[in-house]
Design a protein around this ligand. Sequence first.
Ligand SMILES: Nc1nc2c(c(=O)[nH]1)N[C@H]1C(S)=C(S)[C@@H](COP(=O)(O)O)O[C@H]1N2
Ligand SMILES: [Mo]
Length: 188
Amino acid sequence: MADEKSRIPPHQAVTPKFPVLHVGPVPRFDPKTWDFVVEGLVENPLRLTYGEFMKLPKTVSTSDFHCVTGWSRLNNKWEGVAFKTIADLAKPLSKAKFVTIVAEGNYTTSLPLEDLLDEDVLLAYGFNDNALQPEHGGPLRLVVPKKYAYKSAKWVRKLRFTEEQELGFWEQRGYSNTADPWKEERYA
Ligand SMILES: Nc1nc2c(c(=O)[nH]1)N[C@H]1C(S)=C(S)[C@@H](COP(=O)(O)O)O[C@H]1N2
Ligand SMILES: [Mo]
């Protein structure tokens, strides 16, 4: 990767810590009842148990993480399932252009399908060679390194493929829907 200084977007400050930031409580995880659902405009809707999800082909990706409040954390090693792997299983219909990511506790965000197919986007269950901790989104979170981190939903349970974009939790509250840290797209 390029040198670290050139990897810090405008008006962001690097922290070696890993702040915990979210609305609402950390949800309880029960592997017996947890499931992962893919619905909407796909040829193959999915419902995977925790065991089935963990058997999907694994990927590892190291990337940077930028919160819209101004901190960035570099060199995060995420382990999980590439978004593209899920899309290949679910087979989006040609009219599917966006995906709504639905997390526990009503947190949602959404992105163009094209952005999610980027090779650095994954559904992560591991972080820096350990299990992803509950406060950081364990058992499963989305990681979208090229967007401000409110797009990287923690505690993901469902993906919904849509034709029109559904605005997410922060996006309905004045934050940018495009959320590109390099263009400083913080607010709508
Ligand atoms: N479910 C859920 N995911 C979420 C949030 C949230 O409030 N709920 N906050 C987002 C924001 S604003 C940030 S900066 C990151 C923070 O991730 P971290 O707590 O692992 O650092 O999670 C994102 N994902
Ligand atoms: Mo954030």
